[in-house]
Design a protein around this ligand. Structure first.
Ligand SMILES: C[S@@+](CC[C@H](N)C(=O)[O-])C[C@H]1O[C@@H](n2cnc3c(N)ncnc32)[C@H](O)[C@@H]1O
Length: 546
């Protein structure tokens, strides 16, 4: 097999998140966006020591795992829902298998696997969508929706997306017509010109309140007042509670704002979960499937057990949802920490609104803020962002010695990496339950209950030479697995322990005296290539090792 070869193969399975694979002439080939059981034609585009990757060209035979009906009309093009064609029960089985495999491969010893909870609804479940402006096709009409698969500029205008409700589609239609009539260009990422970047729509599932945020560059060749009036004139099931215009001239393709103007109403919407009310401000995190969030938080409640009279830390708390649910369940005290200041302001307001006086939410980085906490927690709940918990923060969390920790994760790969450390440091992985928060996409939430098991030293006898080990793993910085994951995620490169130890030595980081050195003087070792060295150094920087 060589680059550009067109091959036909059967897909065996999918590793998280979207690494479908099969075998061709005995070699493993990764074909993104394929479904197990499909026979596909694919073109090889990457062939390295680490494996072969091929681009899906055509599905020759459908899979028994696929559904006959219920797909949206965009599924072949849209980069949004990778598992769009899969029957729901198969999707659930697949997600469970993926997480199980990841944890097993990381050596995580799970006492009780408790399956996967389906989302209350497979469709129309999103309460937030970030739509992109772009080209329908190269130099084609202005489009507004999701990016096409494997494409940087081309966007599929959503007409019948089935994970949002009809109001989102009406807002897309009205917005697109408004800008097409005025011939307003989208912001071109490579040329750094043009205006329209994103349209963010959030809608409270329980309240029907809609918050709309238009993100443009500072080039604004249209009247924002007219835009606002157009939105207010749309016939919607919900009601628009706020319209914002944000300006972002940054190079990164992310929704953020250098400057934000309120065009109408307010800069937040209200949502209800159980019988609690939440104010969600424009840039605050809130679970994007409200009905699913209730299911997710029910698992957290179940794993937390009886919290009466317990002090609970809610780390990475967003607008304070989990902490307030714990407070309502009778916790003596709840302390939440969250990086985004406006989310913390909302969390404290939410607690007041819900008459919960024993909650305090603090703004700052968990890594630093935990040093300030004087209380001893009986229970710690962590719900970190996709990259997981910073390794140094894990050390500090463990140092509290809480008998139980509930870990809520939106990315199984970072979860597996972090659990390795909790397990090494004496926590047992008691219970694992999955929640299918985002049907039809590759994503899945995992809730884990960790408990502080007592390690009986008499039962453990390990023989090893300290000189053959890299003990720095157990001191500061990150483990080899964490560095490998980081490098793979941020540069797409696979690096070996050997390369990492070589760069550690170059950077003057302690490595076991003989660790990964050649066993004799005349034996040769491969040397880390410059691009991998650069990527490894970046990981060292991220983990604060250099
Ligand atoms: C997955 S969300 C969970 C939020 C909340 N628990 C919920 O269920 O709505 C992760 C949150 O962590 C916050 N965050 C990210 N990095 C952080 C850090 N280093 N310290 C504190 N919070 C952080 C994000 O802003 C986000 O609100």
């Amino acid at each position: 097999m060589k680059k550009k070869d067109e091959i036909i193969l059967e897909i065996a399975d999918v590793n998280f998140p979207n690494k479908a694979y099969g075998y061709y002439e005995g070699e493993k080939v990764i074909v993104k966006n394929a479904v197990p059981g499909q026979k596909v034609q694919a073109q090889v585009f990457k062939k390295r020591g680490s494996g072969v990757e091929a681009r899906l060209q055509e599905v020759i035979e459908r899979s028994p795992m696929e559904r006959e009906t219920g797909m949206c009309s965009h599924y072949a093009l849209c980069g949004g829902c990778t598992y769009q064609t899969m029957r729901h029960e198969e999707e659930l089985r697949l997600k469970e298998r993926q997480v199980k495999r990841l944890l097993e491969n990381a050596g995580i010893c799970v006492q009780s696997w408790e399956g996967i909870v389906p989302a209350p609804s497979e469709t129309g479940y999103r309460n937030k969508c970030e739509f992109s402006f772009g080209d329908e096709e190269k130099d084609g009409d202005l489009a507004l929706g999701m990016r096409k698969r494997m494409s940087y500029y081309e966007v599929v205008t959503l007409k019948d997306c089935n994970i949002v409700d009809a109001d989102y589609l009406r807002i897309i239609e009205g917005t697109l017509q408004f800008f097409q009539e005025r011939k307003v260009p989208f912001y071109h990422k490579a040329r750094h010109d043009g205006s329209l970047r994103h349209l963010v729509v959030r809608k409270g599932a329980a309240t029907g309140e809609i918050l709309i945020n238009l993100v443009t560059s500072s080039e604004v060749p249209f009247s924002v007042e007219e835009f606002k009036d157009m939105l207010l004139g749309l016939e919607l099931d919900g009601s628009v509670c706020g319209i914002l215009h944000s300006v972002n001239d940054g190079l990164a393709d992310v929704v953020k704002s250098d400057e934000m103007r309120l065009l109408y109403g307010r800069d937040f919407f209200m949502e209800k979960l159980f019988d609690l009310e939440f104010k969600v401000s424009v840039y605050s995190f809130f679970q994007t499937n409200s009905a699913g969030a209730e299911k997710l938080y029910s698992i957290v409640k179940e794993f937390a057990g009886d919290v009466a009279d317990k002090t609970v830390f809610d780390l990475y708390c967003g607008t304070g949802t989990i902490g307030q649910i714990m407070a309502e369940a009778g916790s003596k005290k709840v302390i939440g920490i969250e990086l985004i200041e406006e989310a913390v302001v909302a969390a404290n307001e939410n607690a007041k609104r819900n008459h919960l006086e024993n909650c305090t939410f603090l703004a700052g980085d968990v890594l630093k803020m935990v040093d300030e906490l004087k209380e001893r927690p009986d229970l710690i709940i962590v719900d970190p962002p996709r990259d997981g918990i910073h390794p140094k923060a894990i050390g500090k969390i463990i140092a509290f010695g809480a008998p139980e920790i509930v870990y809520v994760s939106c990315k199984p790969t970072s979860l597996a990496r972090d659990l390795e450390i909790f397990q090494q440091e004496g926590y047992q992985v008691e219970r694992v339950k999955l929640m299918d928060m985002f049907p039809r996409t590759v994503h899945v939430e995992t809730v884990v209950l960790l408990s502080k098991g007592e390690v009986d030293s008499k039962k453990i006898r390990v023989e090893f030479s300290l000189e053959d080990m890299d003990m720095s793993e157990f001191q500061d910085g990150a483990t080899y697995t964490q560095i490998k994951d980081y490098v793979l995620e941020h540069s797409g490169l696979k690096v070996s322990n050997l390369y990492i130890s070589q760069i550690k030595r170059k950077c003057g980081i302690e490595v076991g005296k003989n660790y990964n050195l050649p066993k004799s003087e005349d034996s040769r070792q491969p040397m880390c290539p410059p691009e991998k060295e650069k990527a490894i150094r970046e990981a060292f920087k991220y983990f604060g090792m250099i």
